[in-house]
Ligand binder design. Structure first.
Ligand SMILES: NC(=O)c1ccc[n+]([C@@H]2O[C@H](COP(=O)([O-])OP(=O)(O)OC[C@H]3O[C@@H](n4cnc5c(N)ncnc54)[C@H](OP(=O)(O)O)[C@@H]3O)[C@@H](O)[C@H]2O)c1
Length: 300
């Protein structure tokens, strides 16, 4: 990543877990450990996923040196006014001295009301606040970088519009932008912009879930290469030099996602033709708002 001088393995394991249940609590260490044993050396987590502690424990239990695993965590929207405190909380959860990459999870700030992850107004609307601005939050993240709390800083869910906003007065450019990306949401303009500005692009929900996995073109290519639909989709991302962080709790699927074919140009073109600008995650509520932000505000 030219904007930070660091590099990360192009395939990582997703660390999101549902808000309740074993996958987040006692079970998380198990599937993260199996991912490490299957060869993953890049783990994506976030303060809000509740899996940071399990990530740290899995690395210790694996016997792999901390230095050999690229670990990403993220600043939640309601912590924008307390970046140094929040990164320290993430580090304490992980049991680490530093993060390899620290991302601003979303391009907006929410009210901080202690541990409530998503403070709401009485009418149910999220409490989005004007300050700090994303530029101010970025400046605080630069401070965390200067204090060696992390080796690189980046963003997530940013568009060209919000990237331009955050880069307006900054010395340090984001090293990474993690966004939803898959064959139905190819985000080619954003990808081009990021490449021009040396910002590494990471695809979340990279498989496009069952919706994209079951697309007839993908299914046909899986048969042609004798692999699974997910492997075809992940291989397509790699052909675009996009980092992928597929999440699987299943050891066999973890191995599958880490062992990808090289696709022929004509097959890549077939997948390119599937783009339909369709979001699967964070589609917006009945008012079209994503966490209280309109698509226009987000630049989506
Ligand atoms: N920055 C953000 O706002 C943001 C938002 C969403 C996600 N993320 C990150 O991105 C990661 C991945 O995203 P995601 O979990 O939404 O999507 P994903 O990795 O594309 O899909 C995960 C789902 O696909 C299944 N799966 C995985 N590999 C498979 C395979 N080879 N064959 C069949 N099914 C397979 C998994 O089930 P099994 O576990 O049963 O295999 C799971 O249900 C997250 O864990 C998180 O770290 C970031």
């Amino acid at each position: 990543m030219p904007n930070s001088g660091t590099s990360c393995p192009i395939i990582g394991i997703g660390g999101w877990a549902p808000n309740v249940g074993e996958e987040r609590t006692t079970g998380a260490k198990k599937w993260l450990l199996s991912a490490l044993k299957s060869g993953y050396r890049h783990i994506d987590t976030a303060y809000s996923y509740g899996t940071e502690k399990a990530v740290g424990e899995a690395i210790v239990e694996s016997g792999i040196d901390r230095e050999d695993v690229f670990v990403v965590s993220k600043l939640p929207p309601n912590h924008h006014g307390r970046v140094l405190e929040s990164i320290q909380e993430s580090l304490d959860n992980l049991g680490f001295k530093w993060l390899d990459m620290y991302l601003m999870h979303w391009p907006y700030a929410a009210a901080y009301e202690g541990e409530d992850p998503e403070p709401l107004h009485p009418d149910g609307a999220p409490k989005v606040v004007d300050h700090p601005t994303i530029g101010e939050t970025w400046a605080a993240m630069e401070d965390a970088l200067r204090r060696s709390k992390c080796e690189a800083i980046g963003v997530s869910n940013f568009s060209i519009k919000t990237l331009e906003e955050v880069m307006k007065n900054t010395r340090i450019k984001p090293a990474m932008n993690q966004v939803e990306m898959h064959p139905y949401l190819q985000q080619n303009d954003l990808l081009k912009f990021c490449k021009e500005h040396d910002i590494a692009v990471v695809a979340y929900a990279p498989s496009g879930t069952d919706l994209v996995r079951n697309d007839p073109v993908i299914v046909e290519l899986a048969a042609k290469y004798s692999v699974t639909p997910t492997q075809i989709i992940l291989a397509w991302h790699l052909s675009r030099n996009v980092v992928v962080i597929p999440k699987s709790t299943n050891e066999e699927r973890q191995k599958e996602n880490h062992n990808l074919p090289t696709l022929e140009e004509e097959d890549l073109q077939k997948i390119n033709a599937l783009d339909r600008g369709q979001r699967i995650c964070n589609k917006g509520d009945e008012n079209g708002l994503v966490y209280g932000m309109s698509y226009e505000q987000l630049g989506w």
